[in-house]
Write a protein that binds this ligand. Structure first.
Ligand code: DQA
Length: 148
């Protein structure tokens, strides 16, 4: 039985994981990442809602639509991290605690990736640990939910 539902959002181009710049993002696909997370979620008794979109408004919509269902969000907003006030506003607007995740270490990449519209609102930021960062984030979301 699951006590908590967690929304896992992957933004633009993360559907290409596995073939997209593997030297930066590794060889795991989005499906294998989701499988890895589902396994961990099952161990923890958490139910996951997986959502990937290349469209900013769709990400805003899923945050609004699931607002009464989910207790936490893990979000890799991809490039929207660096541009989207709308996604920031949606997360703040529904008062959803979240961790921001990046597969790559954005701080050792181009300067435009150093700024995030989400970081100062996130409970935590996980950067540069590859896809394992998501698993770490889920474990910490569980810790947060069961200790608050
Ligand atoms: C990313 C980093 C972003 O700068 C980039 O636009 C992505 C992926 C990451 O997971 O490392 O799409 O969020």
């Amino acid at each position: 039985m699951s006590f908590y539902k967690v929304l896992v959002i992957n933004g633009p181009n993360l559907n290409l994981l596995g073939t997209r710049e593997p030297e930066i993002y590794g060889s795991d696909t989005l499906a294998s990442l989701q499988e890895m997370l589902d396994k961990k979620a099952k161990e923890l008794g958490i139910e996951l809602i997986h959502f990937q979109s290349n469209h900013e408004g769709d990400i805003v919509d899923i945050i609004q639509k699931t607002r009464n269902e989910v207790s936490f969000c893990l979000i890799n907003a991809g490039a929207y991290t660096h541009t989207s006030v709308a996604i920031r506003d949606a997360l703040c607007g529904v008062d959803l605690p979240f961790y921001e995740i990046h597969i790559s270490n954005v701080h050792k990449r181009e300067e435009f990736r150093h700024h995030s519209f989400l970081s100062d609102k996130a409970l935590g930021v996980i950067v540069g640990f590859g896809v394992r960062g998501y698993v770490y984030a889920l474990e910490n979301a569980y810790y947060y939910l069961t200790n608050k």
